[in-house]
Design a protein around this ligand. Structure first.
Ligand code: KIV
Length: 284
């Protein structure tokens, strides 16, 4: 039986039934198709594309137009996963109006099912405004890469009393504002467990241990494509980078040694047509 489209009530039901939610990133048509075929519940068109796709050193420069471009490509490859478009830095922090406007563009032009934004209590008004406009919002707390500079780098969050309490407050504030799920990034497992028990909506961890309701990774990290750095929480499931480089080197060697293309990969004609070509050649 064909898999049905993943909906927000389905994700909520998974939490209630203790079934884990799966989520991965995609920025283009082929990866989206493969993630969909693997029956992953949620595809995130993450602003991580800045680092693993565009080769930048932070997620800050990503624009709304770039996000929409990638969302469109992902939507063409997807049939059943729930697709979340990541709201870029400064596309929602400036005002509730900007937040609704840009979330609306990402949903309307990008075709995605929901949007994600970073930040807790301080972003509750934006989450409330966007959800009231009819756009589902996924929250993202803990390590929020768009504010890595303010947080002092890409580091584990919630390790002291104040920040642990703030994380719980953030989760509750986002739930009350109407978020349908929460990403918990780089927080201690036991704190992620407490947050997961305190909120009714699903929590999806990345570097947040085994007690969250689901798990997300950046696909380019877990496939071993991105090699600049590897956070502790990334499990590498395949060495695709090596496989691609091996294939490219083999191609270069075969072309250089005339091992490719052979007749098998060439267009042959009859002897008569070959003779005709030779006659034509004499004219030039
Ligand atoms: O942009 C992204 O890929 C993300 C994940 C790390 C959750 O926000």
């Amino acid at each position: 039986m064909a898999k049905k489209k993943v909906t927000i009530p389905y994700l909520q039901k998974k939490k209630e039934e203790g079934k884990k939610i799966t989520m991965l990133t995609a920025y283009d048509y082929p990866i989206s198709q493969m993630v969909n075929e693997a029956e992953i519940d949620i595809i995130l068109v993450g602003d991580s594309l800045a680092m693993v796709f565009q080769g930048l050193t932070s997620t800050v420069p990503v624009t709304v137009d770039e996000t929409i471009y990638h969302c469109k490509a992902v939507m063409r490859g997807n049939t059943t996963s729930h697709v979340v478009g990541d709201m870029p830095f400064l596309s929602y922090q400036t005002s509730v109006r900007d937040a609704i406007y840009n979330a609306g563009r990402i949903m309307k032009e990008g075709g995605v099912d929901s949007v994600k934004l970073e930040g807790g209590e301080r972003m509750a008004d934006m989450v409330y405004g966007i959800t009231r406009a009819g756009i589902p919002v996924m929250g993202h707390i803990g390590l929020t890469p768009q504010s890595a500079s303010q947080l002092g780098g890409f580091r584990v969050q919630g390790k002291d009393i104040e920040s642990a309490k703030q994380l719980i407050k953030d989760a509750i504030a986002l739930e009350e504002a109407g978020a349908f799920a929460l990403i918990l990034e780089a927080v201690p497992s036991k704190l992620a467990k407490i947050v997961t028990e305190k909120v009714k909506i699903p929590t999806i961890g990345i570097g947040a241990g085994p007690y969250c309701d689901g798990q997300v990774l950046v696909t380019h990290d877990m496939l071993g494509v991105f090699d600049k750095f590897r956070p502790k929480f990334v499990k590498v499931y395949a060495d695709i980078r090596k496989q691609i480089i091996d294939a490219l080197v083999k191609y270069r060697e075969e072309v250089e040694n005339v091992g490719f293309p052979t007749d098998e990969y060439s267009y042959e004609v009859s002897e008569e047509t070959e003779k005709m070509f030779e006659e034509i050649a004499k004219e030039f």
